[in-house]
Design a protein around this ligand. Structure first.
Ligand SMILES: [Zn+2]
Ligand SMILES: [Zn+2]
Length: 270
C-alpha cells in the first residue's frame, strides 16, 4: 500500500505568498496490505505544512513521521521544515527520524536550523544519483541534479516492488528523461509550474512535462506545484488532454487530495 496526501499543490512566489493553492508538500505512506507498520515520509514541507498536516482529515500526525525530505531549500519547499522537525521530535524531547536534504540546506545559509537538526539522529546529505537511503523498508534514491540555482534532486521511492518518483522544480535539459526513466517509476509526480515559457526561468513548462511523461511512461502521472498561468489554464482539463494524448492515467493534484498509488496502478493494469 502506498498513498500520497497532497498538503499543498501551489508553486511559485505569487501562488504561495497569496496561498491561492496551499504549500504543505506531500505526505507519503508506505505500508503492508495486512496492516502493521506504516512508514511515513513528508516531502517538501513548505509554508503552512504543519497546519495543513494536522487539520487534514484524517490528520497526518507529525509524531509518527519517519523522515522529512527536502528536494531543495527554496521557501515553497522548506518554509515549515523546522516546525515539522519540532513536531516530529516533540520539541526535541524524543530524538527520532531522519532528514534527507541537499548539503546547502544544512550548511552555509541553512534552512534547517542546526539546533533543530540535532533533534534528528539520522542525516542523509543528498548527492545526485545517490542512495538507496533506507527509511524502514522504503528505499530512497535521488535523481540527477536538477538545473535550478540551488542544489536540487528528485526522489525515487521504492517499496514492495513499486516505485513512485517525484520530479521537483528545475529547468528542462537533455538527460532528465533518461534519468527518471532508468528508475521505471509506476507513478510519476511532476512539478509543472509554468504553462509556456515566457520568462525563461528554471522551471518545467506544461509542454516539457508532456515530453517527460511520454518519455518516462509511468502508469500514472500527477501534475502539481502550479503557478498562476497553469491555474488559469485549468489543470484538470490539461490532465484530461494529456491522458487522451498519451494513453496513460494523468491527474491534476489539488489541495487535500490523496493519491492511492496502489489502487491507481492496479486500475491502470486492468
Ligand atoms: Zn518550487
Ligand atoms: Zn525552487
Amino acid at each position: 500500500m502506498i498513498s500520497v496526501r497532497f498538503l499543498g499543490t501551489g508553486g511559485a512566489r505569487f501562488v504561495v505568498a497569496r496561498q491561492i493553492r496551499a504549500s504543505g508538500g506531500m505526505w507519503f505512506r508506505f505500508g503492508s496490505e495486512q496492516g502493521g507498520a506504516v512508514t511515513q515520509i513528508h516531502v517538501d514541507p513548505g509554508p503552512g505544512a504543519l497546519v495543513r498536516a494536522l487539520s487534514s482529515v484524517p490528520p497526518c500526525e507529525p509524531r509518527e513521521l519517519d523522515a522529512i525530505a527536502l528536494s531543495h531549500k527554496h521557501l515553497d519547499h522548506s518554509g515549515d521544515v523546522n516546525a515539522m522537525i519540532e513536531a516530529m521530535t516533540q520539541g526535541g524531547w524524543r530524538k527520532r527520524g531522519a532528514l534527507l536534504a541537499p548539503r546547502d540546506a544544512f550548511e552555509g545559509e541553512p534552512v534547517i536550523f542546526p539546533y533543530a537538526a540535532r533533534f534528528v539522529p539520522t542525516h542523509h546529505v543528498l548527492e545526485e544519483r545517490s542512495g538507496p537511503y533506507l527509511i524502514n523498508d522504503v528505499e530512497v534514491r535521488t535523481s540527477v541534479r536538477h538545473h535550478h540555482g540551488v542544489e536540487t534532486y528528485g526522489f525515487n521511492f521504492t517499496h514492495a516492488g513499486t516505485t513512485v518518483s517525484y520530479l521537483p522544480c528545475g529547468r528542462y535539459f537533455d538527460g532528465l528523461i533518461d534519468d527518471y526513466r532508468s528508475h521505471a517509476p509506476d507513478a510519476l509526480i511532476i512539478n509543472v509550474l509554468r504553462y509556456r515559457d515566457s520568462m525563461d526561468v528554471d522551471h518545467i513548462t506544461f509542454d516539457q512535462a508532456r515530453d517527460v511523461i511520454a518519455g518516462v511512461r509511468p502508469r500514472v502521472a500527477v501534475l502539481t506545484h502550479f503557478g498562476t498561468k497553469m491555474l488559469e489554464r485549468d489543470p484538470p482539463k490539461l490532465a484530461r488532454e494529456l491522458e487522451d494524448e498519451l494513453g496513460l492515467k494523468v491527474f491534476a493534484a489539488y489541495d487535500g487530495w490523496t493519491l492511492d498509488v496502489s489502487t491507481e496502478i492496479a486500475a491502470a493494469l486492468a
